[in-house]
Design a protein around this ligand. Sequence first.
Ligand code: NAD
Length: 436
Amino acid sequence: MKNIAVIGTGYVGLVTGTCFAETGNNVICVDIDKEKVERLKNGEVPIYEPHLDVLFERNIKQKRLQFTTDLASAIKDAEIIFLALPTPPGEDGSADLSYVLGVAKDLGKLITEYKVIIDKSTVPVGTADKVTAAIKAETDVPFAVVSNPEFLREGYAVDDFMNPDRVIIGTEDEKAKIVMKELYQPFIRDGHPLIFMDEKSAELTKYAANAFLATKITFMNEVANFCEIVGADVDKVREGMGSDTRIGHRFLYPGIGFGGSCFPKDVSALMKSGLDNNFDFSIIDAVLNVNKKQRIKLLDKILDYFGDIKGKKFALWGLSFKPDTDDIREAPALYLIDELINRGAEVVAFDPEGMDNVKKLLGDKISYVENQYDALDGADALLIATEWSVFKNPDFNLIKSKLNSPVIFDGRNIFNLSDIQEKGVYYSSIGRQTIL
Ligand code: NAD
């Protein structure tokens, strides 16, 4: 059992805190957002993340999981302090380290005995040194800074945390290595490796992994776009490519680009790190440019079909950047909405979990409905931007009866072409033949 403080109680911090409590530790989570902490104290999970609620409730009941806004009291008895703070993109694409370094400075003023301070936020190479310097500027008390990047995926966060493919630990502090090994022991019993390395390599591992995945998706999106031009079927190409064990089937599904709180900002930050070091990350540059065009790919198709879309009404299924999350940060749907309303079109949207967040961002620029079929009433076409399971087997007769004309633009290829052929709809997807 260890006493742990987790600073920042967002998607990463809350999952980290809850999962460490689940493995028998005493965890206190700190956040500056008073309203969020109040909700957490009242037993409410403020985000949508499957399976989190069960663990959350159990550990609160067992008094292993607590919440506070007071950093000083939270870290007083904690031997281990996790930083799960935001690292949003600055205007030049670099990661904004003000949250991480601000808290580091506060910790420097507060610590009175040896602490292991672990960075879980995604940060550029060299941040562990900056955190160390920020703390050292305030205190002579010994401490260790560890880089322990997080690889969880929203929507699968609990399972990813409890059964990680690997855990990366970046530190050269021998005492901290032992602490980290003990802490993660329950998560690696199935043989998943705990990989020790220096801080810089750990920091870069996270960016390199995300940039590689973003590149894989983007490569497939380009292949899909080319399929449309030459009349090939991306489903077949994907199957053929993915069967090669060197390539594998995952992350080969084309669509309207990657979004979310991680890939876009991490890829941009890696690009900026390259520039800062006079290194031209040209592959990353290409990924960013292709993705920018891809996330409004449906717009080209819509304009080709309708010409002028002023006054047209579009039903939009899916707002979150991917299924099983309420996270809408950098969601391709938002870019598509922007393009549509700028051209005078009307958008009626449905998303199983993302609507509250979009309402906060866009207000009444678009309309919202509580049922996916209600979005279709009098709409000129159905647009699909997120592959939620609930969209995958719809009532096509109802869709046709509600739409002005049976037209579907699918940015996530959620229907099989062979199945859709007999449905009597115009169906345009990514990298595949259009069904007329
Ligand atoms: P988030 O925005 O959901 O949560 C961050 C939390 O930190 C917020 O609740 C905010 O109120 C709080 N906060 C801000 N300043 C604070 C302060 N001074 N003291 C205490 N709390 C403070 O962010 P997130 O999605 O959890 O991401 C956190 C980090 O983890 C980022 O660096 C991100 O890149 C990385 N990461 C995210 C994911 C993911 O899927 N979301 C996965 C892996 C890594």
